[in-house]
Ligand binder design. Sequence first.
Ligand code: SAM
Length: 229
Amino acid sequence: MLPPDVEGWLTEAQARRLRAAAENVPEGGAMVEIGSYQGRSTIVLAGATNVIAIDPHAGNDRGPGQWDTSAREGQGDHEHFVANLERAGVRERVRHVRLPSQEALAELPGPFDAVYVDGAHRYSPALADIRAYGARVRPGGTLLIHDSFSSVGVTLAIVRQLMPSGQWTYVGRDGSLTEYRRAPAPRAKNALRQLAQLPWFARNLAIKVALTLRVRPVARALGSEEWPY
Ligand SMILES: C[S@@+](CC[C@H](N)C(=O)[O-])C[C@H]1O[C@@H](n2cnc3c(N)ncnc32)[C@H](O)[C@@H]1O
């Protein structure tokens, strides 16, 4: 399911969840992706539906620990992105909006059938994306978020915006890819299902600290020597 030779952090199980969400987008519907990088998730989505892919490819918030790289690296991502879409044969199914997500909003018609959030992972942009794009998801539509219960910024944004809401039903997750349905849910039960993910979040933070400090035996004891996604 994952496109070969396309850099990124999406796992095979996550690709299957994304693909299933894209398959549920009706003919002529709208699927939005925030944060495309070099096209790994974009290609998965575009295998099933047309995609509006939003990424400024400016070199900021590229990936783990890469908050502020150069514009040259952003341009490199853009060139890989276009070449990878072409190689996968999905270039025509993707409309790329080369703007930061909050600026792109004004250019996009809504409502959306599904939105995949994987752009800037710091608290304030992650919260802004979940809020503003979530508000454009049609009733019954889908919101998917990468690095949930793994990135601190994304997790705090979820706790702030989605956990207490009675309007977003938590569907489940594959690793750090969570899925929400825009549908009313019993508040307490819905919040409890999400609170139950916090021990996994704590484990991920501990693994990240251990890997950053290069104490691999500790990471191994916690269950993984790989950066958690
Ligand atoms: C973790 S990567 C996305 C990975 C991609 N979904 C994949 O499967 O390979 C994050 C991306 O978000 C983009 N980004 C950073 N700030 C953004 C913003 N304000 N709006 C949209 N995208 C942004 C970066 O340029 C980067 O390509």
